[in-house]
Design a protein around this ligand. Structure first.
Ligand code: GDP
Ligand code: MN
Length: 379
Protein backbone atom coordinates (compact mmCIF):
# COMPACT_ATOMS: atom_id res chain seq x y z
CA UNK A 1 0.00 0.00 0.00
CA UNK A 2 1.30 3.42 -0.95
CA UNK A 3 0.36 6.45 1.06
CA UNK A 4 0.12 10.04 -0.07
CA UNK A 5 2.91 12.55 0.31
CA UNK A 6 1.05 14.54 2.96
CA UNK A 7 0.43 11.38 4.99
CA UNK A 8 4.06 10.33 4.77
CA UNK A 9 5.10 13.81 5.82
CA UNK A 10 2.81 13.67 8.84
CA UNK A 11 4.62 10.50 9.91
CA UNK A 12 7.96 12.21 9.23
CA UNK A 13 6.93 15.15 11.37
CA UNK A 14 5.96 12.88 14.25
CA UNK A 15 9.49 11.50 14.10
CA UNK A 16 11.15 14.93 14.04
CA UNK A 17 12.11 14.96 10.37
CA UNK A 18 11.94 18.59 9.25
CA UNK A 19 9.25 19.20 6.65
CA UNK A 20 7.91 22.45 5.18
CA UNK A 21 4.88 23.94 6.90
CA UNK A 22 1.76 23.14 4.93
CA UNK A 23 -1.80 21.98 4.78
CA UNK A 24 -3.81 19.70 2.56
CA UNK A 25 -6.88 21.05 0.73
CA UNK A 26 -9.76 19.06 -0.72
CA UNK A 27 -11.20 22.09 -2.39
CA UNK A 28 -9.40 24.91 -4.17
CA UNK A 29 -11.45 27.59 -2.43
CA UNK A 30 -9.52 26.95 0.82
CA UNK A 31 -6.19 27.32 -0.90
CA UNK A 32 -6.03 31.09 -0.86
CA UNK A 33 -6.46 31.24 2.92
CA UNK A 34 -3.95 28.47 3.48
CA UNK A 35 -1.43 30.25 1.25
CA UNK A 36 -2.06 33.50 3.09
CA UNK A 37 -1.34 31.82 6.43
CA UNK A 38 1.86 30.34 5.05
CA UNK A 39 3.19 33.69 3.99
CA UNK A 40 1.98 33.94 0.40
CA UNK A 41 4.67 32.25 -1.59
CA UNK A 42 3.74 28.57 -1.72
CA UNK A 43 4.05 25.36 -3.67
CA UNK A 44 0.83 23.63 -4.75
CA UNK A 45 1.37 19.88 -4.97
CA UNK A 46 -1.05 17.36 -6.47
CA UNK A 47 -1.64 14.42 -4.12
CA UNK A 48 -1.57 11.41 -6.41
CA UNK A 49 0.17 8.11 -5.85
CA UNK A 50 2.53 8.36 -8.80
CA UNK A 51 5.99 9.82 -9.14
CA UNK A 52 7.14 12.45 -11.55
CA UNK A 53 4.39 14.89 -10.67
CA UNK A 54 6.79 17.77 -11.20
CA UNK A 55 7.23 16.99 -14.88
CA UNK A 56 3.51 16.33 -15.35
CA UNK A 57 2.38 19.76 -14.07
CA UNK A 58 1.39 18.51 -10.62
CA UNK A 59 3.85 20.71 -8.70
CA UNK A 60 3.52 24.47 -9.13
CA UNK A 61 5.25 27.36 -7.45
CA UNK A 62 2.87 30.26 -6.73
CA UNK A 63 4.16 33.70 -5.89
CA UNK A 64 0.99 34.84 -4.07
CA UNK A 65 -2.25 33.43 -2.58
CA UNK A 66 -4.37 34.34 -5.64
CA UNK A 67 -2.03 32.50 -7.91
CA UNK A 68 -2.02 29.53 -5.51
CA UNK A 69 -5.79 29.28 -5.70
CA UNK A 70 -5.67 29.60 -9.47
CA UNK A 71 -3.15 26.77 -9.75
CA UNK A 72 -5.16 24.59 -7.36
CA UNK A 73 -8.33 25.19 -9.39
CA UNK A 74 -6.53 24.18 -12.56
CA UNK A 75 -5.12 21.07 -10.91
CA UNK A 76 -8.28 19.70 -9.27
CA UNK A 77 -9.82 17.12 -11.55
CA UNK A 78 -6.76 17.15 -13.77
CA UNK A 79 -5.25 13.81 -14.65
CA UNK A 80 -1.73 12.62 -13.88
CA UNK A 81 -0.80 9.28 -15.42
CA UNK A 82 -4.42 8.16 -15.28
CA UNK A 83 -5.11 9.32 -11.72
CA UNK A 84 -7.30 12.35 -11.18
CA UNK A 85 -6.40 14.93 -8.57
CA UNK A 86 -8.78 15.33 -5.61
CA UNK A 87 -6.39 16.83 -3.09
CA UNK A 88 -3.57 19.30 -3.14
CA UNK A 89 -0.92 19.95 -0.54
CA UNK A 90 -0.13 23.63 -0.10
CA UNK A 91 3.29 24.25 1.40
CA UNK A 92 5.51 27.19 2.12
CA UNK A 93 8.01 27.52 -0.73
CA UNK A 94 11.52 26.56 0.31
CA UNK A 95 14.66 28.07 -1.15
CA UNK A 96 16.69 25.21 -2.57
CA UNK A 97 20.47 25.18 -2.61
CA UNK A 98 20.87 21.52 -3.41
CA UNK A 99 18.61 18.49 -3.88
CA UNK A 100 19.68 15.17 -2.39
CA UNK A 101 18.16 11.71 -2.30
CA UNK A 102 17.75 9.58 0.81
CA UNK A 103 15.76 6.38 1.01
CA UNK A 104 15.47 3.08 2.83
CA UNK A 105 14.16 0.20 0.75
CA UNK A 106 13.84 -3.55 0.93
CA UNK A 107 16.32 -5.14 -1.44
CA UNK A 108 14.85 -8.45 -2.52
CA UNK A 109 18.09 -9.75 -3.96
CA UNK A 110 20.05 -9.06 -0.79
CA UNK A 111 16.98 -9.99 1.29
CA UNK A 112 17.80 -7.03 3.44
CA UNK A 113 16.99 -3.37 3.98
CA UNK A 114 19.35 -0.95 2.26
CA UNK A 115 19.84 2.73 2.81
CA UNK A 116 20.43 4.69 -0.37
CA UNK A 117 21.76 8.22 -0.71
CA UNK A 118 22.69 10.35 -3.66
CA UNK A 119 23.80 13.87 -4.38
CA UNK A 120 21.75 13.45 -7.52
CA UNK A 121 18.36 14.15 -5.92
CA UNK A 122 15.11 15.53 -7.27
CA UNK A 123 15.05 13.39 -10.37
CA UNK A 124 13.84 9.83 -10.72
CA UNK A 125 16.33 7.73 -8.83
CA UNK A 126 15.93 4.96 -11.42
CA UNK A 127 17.03 7.42 -14.08
CA UNK A 128 19.94 8.58 -11.98
CA UNK A 129 20.94 4.97 -11.38
CA UNK A 130 21.28 4.49 -15.13
CA UNK A 131 22.94 7.76 -15.97
CA UNK A 132 25.33 8.04 -13.07
CA UNK A 133 25.46 4.83 -11.02
CA UNK A 134 28.57 6.05 -9.22
CA UNK A 135 26.53 8.93 -7.76
CA UNK A 136 24.39 6.53 -5.75
CA UNK A 137 25.59 4.97 -2.51
CA UNK A 138 23.90 1.93 -1.05
CA UNK A 139 24.62 0.42 2.32
CA UNK A 140 23.03 -2.77 3.60
CA UNK A 141 21.47 -2.52 7.03
CA UNK A 142 21.63 -5.60 9.22
CA UNK A 143 18.13 -5.70 10.73
CA UNK A 144 19.45 -7.13 13.98
CA UNK A 145 22.10 -4.47 14.40
CA UNK A 146 20.14 -1.56 12.95
CA UNK A 147 21.43 1.53 11.19
CA UNK A 148 24.81 2.48 12.63
CA UNK A 149 26.45 5.87 12.98
CA UNK A 150 29.45 4.87 10.89
CA UNK A 151 27.12 3.94 8.03
CA UNK A 152 25.39 7.29 8.21
CA UNK A 153 28.78 9.04 8.18
CA UNK A 154 29.83 7.02 5.12
CA UNK A 155 26.71 8.20 3.32
CA UNK A 156 27.23 11.81 4.37
CA UNK A 157 30.74 11.69 2.97
CA UNK A 158 29.65 9.99 -0.24
CA UNK A 159 27.14 12.73 -1.05
CA UNK A 160 29.54 15.54 -0.08
CA UNK A 161 27.24 16.76 2.64
CA UNK A 162 28.70 19.85 4.34
CA UNK A 163 29.76 19.12 7.89
CA UNK A 164 27.29 21.52 9.47
CA UNK A 165 24.35 19.36 8.27
CA UNK A 166 25.67 16.06 9.59
CA UNK A 167 23.88 16.16 12.92
CA UNK A 168 20.45 16.66 11.38
CA UNK A 169 21.28 14.20 8.58
CA UNK A 170 21.95 11.55 11.22
CA UNK A 171 18.69 12.40 12.99
CA UNK A 172 16.75 12.10 9.71
CA UNK A 173 18.37 8.81 8.69
CA UNK A 174 17.74 7.25 12.10
CA UNK A 175 14.13 8.47 12.09
CA UNK A 176 13.64 6.93 8.64
CA UNK A 177 15.00 3.63 9.93
CA UNK A 178 12.62 3.74 12.89
CA UNK A 179 9.70 4.53 10.57
CA UNK A 180 10.69 1.78 8.13
CA UNK A 181 10.72 -0.80 10.93
CA UNK A 182 7.75 0.32 12.96
CA UNK A 183 5.45 0.64 9.92
CA UNK A 184 6.55 -2.57 8.16
CA UNK A 185 7.44 -0.37 5.21
CA UNK A 186 9.16 -1.62 2.08
CA UNK A 187 10.10 1.93 1.12
CA UNK A 188 10.63 5.17 3.00
CA UNK A 189 11.96 7.81 0.65
CA UNK A 190 12.78 11.51 0.69
CA UNK A 191 13.39 12.86 -2.79
CA UNK A 192 14.44 15.57 -2.72
CA UNK A 193 15.96 16.06 0.67
CA UNK A 194 17.03 19.65 0.20
CA UNK A 195 19.72 21.83 1.63
CA UNK A 196 18.19 25.24 2.11
CA UNK A 197 19.99 28.39 3.19
CA UNK A 198 17.39 29.32 5.75
CA UNK A 199 16.16 25.96 7.01
CA UNK A 200 19.06 23.54 6.75
CA UNK A 201 17.97 20.06 5.68
CA UNK A 202 14.28 19.72 4.79
CA UNK A 203 12.26 16.77 3.44
CA UNK A 204 10.58 18.35 0.44
CA UNK A 205 8.89 15.18 -0.75
CA UNK A 206 7.89 11.99 1.02
CA UNK A 207 7.01 8.57 -0.23
CA UNK A 208 6.16 5.44 1.71
CA UNK A 209 5.09 1.96 0.71
CA UNK A 210 3.78 -0.36 3.38
CA UNK A 211 3.92 -4.12 2.99
CA UNK A 212 0.33 -5.26 2.37
CA UNK A 213 1.06 -8.54 4.09
CA UNK A 214 1.78 -6.70 7.32
CA UNK A 215 -1.26 -4.41 7.21
CA UNK A 216 -3.11 -6.60 9.68
CA UNK A 217 -0.55 -5.47 12.25
CA UNK A 218 -1.36 -1.83 11.57
CA UNK A 219 -5.06 -1.14 11.92
CA UNK A 220 -4.11 2.54 12.41
CA UNK A 221 -2.70 2.65 8.87
CA UNK A 222 -5.79 1.20 7.20
CA UNK A 223 -7.38 4.64 7.42
CA UNK A 224 -4.61 6.07 5.30
CA UNK A 225 -5.63 3.93 2.37
CA UNK A 226 -6.80 6.20 -0.41
CA UNK A 227 -9.24 4.06 -2.37
CA UNK A 228 -9.92 6.90 -4.82
CA UNK A 229 -6.36 6.61 -5.88
CA UNK A 230 -6.11 2.92 -6.38
CA UNK A 231 -7.09 1.07 -9.46
CA UNK A 232 -10.80 0.21 -8.93
CA UNK A 233 -10.28 -3.19 -10.57
CA UNK A 234 -7.56 -4.05 -8.08
CA UNK A 235 -9.86 -3.19 -5.18
CA UNK A 236 -12.67 -5.29 -6.70
CA UNK A 237 -10.24 -8.18 -7.22
CA UNK A 238 -9.14 -8.06 -3.57
CA UNK A 239 -12.78 -8.51 -2.56
CA UNK A 240 -12.96 -11.78 -4.49
CA UNK A 241 -9.51 -13.02 -3.48
CA UNK A 242 -8.22 -12.67 -7.03
CA UNK A 243 -4.66 -11.48 -7.59
CA UNK A 244 -5.01 -8.82 -10.28
CA UNK A 245 -2.41 -6.33 -11.41
CA UNK A 246 -3.31 -3.86 -14.10
CA UNK A 247 -0.83 -3.30 -16.91
CA UNK A 248 -0.70 -1.35 -20.11
CA UNK A 249 -1.24 -3.90 -22.90
CA UNK A 250 -4.37 -5.06 -24.76
CA UNK A 251 -4.59 -8.80 -24.05
CA UNK A 252 -6.51 -9.75 -20.92
CA UNK A 253 -5.16 -12.83 -19.16
CA UNK A 254 -7.08 -15.21 -16.92
CA UNK A 255 -4.89 -17.87 -15.40
CA UNK A 256 -4.77 -20.07 -12.31
CA UNK A 257 -1.53 -19.96 -10.39
CA UNK A 258 0.98 -17.13 -10.16
CA UNK A 259 3.76 -19.03 -11.92
CA UNK A 260 1.52 -20.02 -14.80
CA UNK A 261 0.26 -16.44 -15.04
CA UNK A 262 3.83 -15.17 -15.32
CA UNK A 263 4.67 -17.82 -17.92
CA UNK A 264 1.56 -16.90 -19.90
CA UNK A 265 2.57 -13.24 -19.94
CA UNK A 266 6.12 -14.18 -20.94
CA UNK A 267 4.89 -16.24 -23.89
CA UNK A 268 2.58 -13.42 -25.00
CA UNK A 269 5.49 -10.99 -24.90
CA UNK A 270 7.77 -13.44 -26.68
CA UNK A 271 5.27 -13.78 -29.51
CA UNK A 272 4.91 -10.03 -29.87
CA UNK A 273 1.78 -9.47 -27.76
CA UNK A 274 1.22 -7.17 -24.81
CA UNK A 275 -0.61 -8.36 -21.69
CA UNK A 276 -3.20 -6.01 -20.15
CA UNK A 277 -2.98 -7.60 -16.74
CA UNK A 278 -1.67 -10.26 -14.45
CA UNK A 279 -4.61 -12.25 -13.13
CA UNK A 280 -4.40 -15.30 -10.92
CA UNK A 281 -7.71 -16.82 -9.81
CA UNK A 282 -5.82 -19.20 -7.54
CA UNK A 283 -6.32 -22.91 -6.99
CA UNK A 284 -9.73 -24.54 -6.79
CA UNK A 285 -11.62 -21.56 -8.17
CA UNK A 286 -15.29 -22.11 -8.89
CA UNK A 287 -17.42 -20.68 -11.64
CA UNK A 288 -18.39 -17.63 -9.59
CA UNK A 289 -14.79 -16.56 -9.19
CA UNK A 290 -14.19 -17.01 -12.90
CA UNK A 291 -17.06 -14.78 -13.85
CA UNK A 292 -15.97 -12.04 -11.45
CA UNK A 293 -12.45 -12.32 -12.88
CA UNK A 294 -13.92 -11.78 -16.34
CA UNK A 295 -15.88 -8.80 -15.17
CA UNK A 296 -12.72 -7.29 -13.69
CA UNK A 297 -10.51 -7.82 -16.69
CA UNK A 298 -13.12 -6.73 -19.23
CA UNK A 299 -13.74 -3.50 -17.36
CA UNK A 300 -10.37 -2.44 -18.77
CA UNK A 301 -11.41 -0.78 -22.01
CA UNK A 302 -8.04 -1.44 -23.57
CA UNK A 303 -8.59 -5.20 -23.60
CA UNK A 304 -9.08 -6.34 -27.22
CA UNK A 305 -8.82 -10.09 -26.67
CA UNK A 306 -8.71 -12.47 -23.71
CA UNK A 307 -6.49 -15.47 -23.17
CA UNK A 308 -7.70 -18.05 -20.66
CA UNK A 309 -5.00 -20.49 -19.66
CA UNK A 310 -6.02 -23.03 -17.04
CA UNK A 311 -4.16 -25.96 -15.61
CA UNK A 312 -6.69 -28.21 -13.95
CA UNK A 313 -5.36 -29.75 -10.76
CA UNK A 314 -7.62 -29.10 -7.83
CA UNK A 315 -9.32 -26.67 -10.16
CA UNK A 316 -11.74 -28.51 -12.44
CA UNK A 317 -11.74 -27.40 -16.06
CA UNK A 318 -15.50 -27.95 -16.43
CA UNK A 319 -16.07 -25.58 -13.49
CA UNK A 320 -13.95 -23.02 -15.28
CA UNK A 321 -15.85 -23.54 -18.54
CA UNK A 322 -19.11 -23.00 -16.71
CA UNK A 323 -17.72 -19.82 -15.18
CA UNK A 324 -16.78 -18.57 -18.62
CA UNK A 325 -20.34 -19.25 -19.86
CA UNK A 326 -21.80 -17.33 -16.90
CA UNK A 327 -19.43 -14.47 -17.55
CA UNK A 328 -20.43 -14.35 -21.21
CA UNK A 329 -24.11 -14.29 -20.30
CA UNK A 330 -23.37 -11.40 -18.01
CA UNK A 331 -21.32 -9.54 -20.62
CA UNK A 332 -23.91 -9.94 -23.36
CA UNK A 333 -23.35 -6.69 -25.23
CA UNK A 334 -19.58 -6.94 -25.31
CA UNK A 335 -17.79 -8.71 -28.10
CA UNK A 336 -14.23 -9.20 -26.96
CA UNK A 337 -12.88 -12.39 -28.55
CA UNK A 338 -11.73 -15.10 -26.15
CA UNK A 339 -9.17 -17.86 -26.63
CA UNK A 340 -9.26 -20.72 -24.16
CA UNK A 341 -6.77 -23.40 -23.26
CA UNK A 342 -7.67 -25.99 -20.66
CA UNK A 343 -5.33 -28.77 -19.55
CA UNK A 344 -5.79 -31.33 -16.78
CA UNK A 345 -8.70 -32.39 -14.61
CA UNK A 346 -11.94 -32.62 -16.61
CA UNK A 347 -10.53 -30.73 -19.57
CA UNK A 348 -12.57 -32.80 -22.10
CA UNK A 349 -15.74 -31.99 -20.24
CA UNK A 350 -14.70 -28.36 -20.19
CA UNK A 351 -14.06 -28.23 -23.91
CA UNK A 352 -17.43 -29.85 -24.57
CA UNK A 353 -19.20 -27.13 -22.64
CA UNK A 354 -17.28 -24.48 -24.55
CA UNK A 355 -18.04 -26.10 -27.91
CA UNK A 356 -21.74 -25.59 -27.38
CA UNK A 357 -21.01 -21.87 -27.62
CA UNK A 358 -18.55 -22.00 -30.49
CA UNK A 359 -15.78 -20.60 -28.34
CA UNK A 360 -12.26 -20.57 -29.71
CA UNK A 361 -9.90 -23.03 -28.10
CA UNK A 362 -6.26 -24.05 -28.42
CA UNK A 363 -4.25 -26.99 -27.15
CA UNK A 364 -0.72 -25.65 -26.67
CA UNK A 365 0.17 -22.44 -24.90
CA UNK A 366 2.19 -21.16 -27.86
CA UNK A 367 -0.73 -21.75 -30.20
CA UNK A 368 -3.10 -20.06 -27.75
CA UNK A 369 -0.80 -17.06 -27.42
CA UNK A 370 -0.32 -16.65 -31.17
CA UNK A 371 -4.04 -16.93 -31.87
CA UNK A 372 -4.93 -14.45 -29.12
CA UNK A 373 -2.43 -11.94 -30.46
CA UNK A 374 -3.97 -12.30 -33.93
CA UNK A 375 -7.44 -11.74 -32.45
CA UNK A 376 -6.31 -8.62 -30.61
CA UNK A 377 -4.75 -7.20 -33.75
CA UNK A 378 -7.83 -7.84 -35.83
CA UNK A 379 -10.04 -5.75 -33.54
P1 GDP B 1 7.69 14.55 -7.70
O1 GDP B 1 8.03 15.16 -9.03
O2 GDP B 1 6.35 13.88 -7.75
O3 GDP B 1 8.75 13.67 -7.15
O4 GDP B 1 7.49 15.79 -6.68
P2 GDP B 1 8.53 16.52 -5.68
O5 GDP B 1 7.80 16.86 -4.45
O6 GDP B 1 9.78 15.76 -5.54
O7 GDP B 1 8.82 17.90 -6.43
C1 GDP B 1 9.47 17.93 -7.68
C2 GDP B 1 10.41 19.11 -7.77
O8 GDP B 1 9.69 20.33 -7.57
C3 GDP B 1 11.48 19.13 -6.69
O9 GDP B 1 12.58 18.32 -7.03
C4 GDP B 1 11.84 20.61 -6.63
O10 GDP B 1 12.80 20.92 -7.63
C5 GDP B 1 10.52 21.30 -6.96
N1 GDP B 1 9.92 21.81 -5.72
C6 GDP B 1 9.07 21.18 -4.87
N2 GDP B 1 8.81 21.92 -3.79
C7 GDP B 1 9.50 23.09 -3.93
C8 GDP B 1 9.68 24.27 -3.14
O11 GDP B 1 9.15 24.43 -2.05
N3 GDP B 1 10.48 25.25 -3.65
C9 GDP B 1 11.09 25.12 -4.85
N4 GDP B 1 11.87 26.10 -5.30
N5 GDP B 1 10.98 24.02 -5.61
C10 GDP B 1 10.19 23.02 -5.17
MN1 MN C 1 10.01 13.64 -5.53
Amino acid sequence: MKIQEYQAKQIFKNHNIPIPRGQVALNSSFVQQIAEDLGGKVVVKAQVLVGGRGKAGGIRLASNPDEAEEFATEMMGMDIKGYSIHKVLVEEAIDIKKELYLGIATDRVLASPVIIASSYGGVDIEEAAEEAPDKISRITIDPLVGLCDFQIRCLAVSIDLPRKHWRIFRQIALAMWTIYQSHDASLVEINPLVISEENGLVALDGKMTIDDNALFRHPELADLRDLDMENPCEIEAQKYGIAYIHMSGNIGCLVNGAGLAMATMDILKLKGGDPANFLDIGGGAGSEKVSSAFRILLSDKKVKAVLVNIFGGITRCDEIARGIMDALDEQKGKTVPIMIRLVGTNSEKGYEILKSRNLKTATSLVEAAEKTIALAEKK
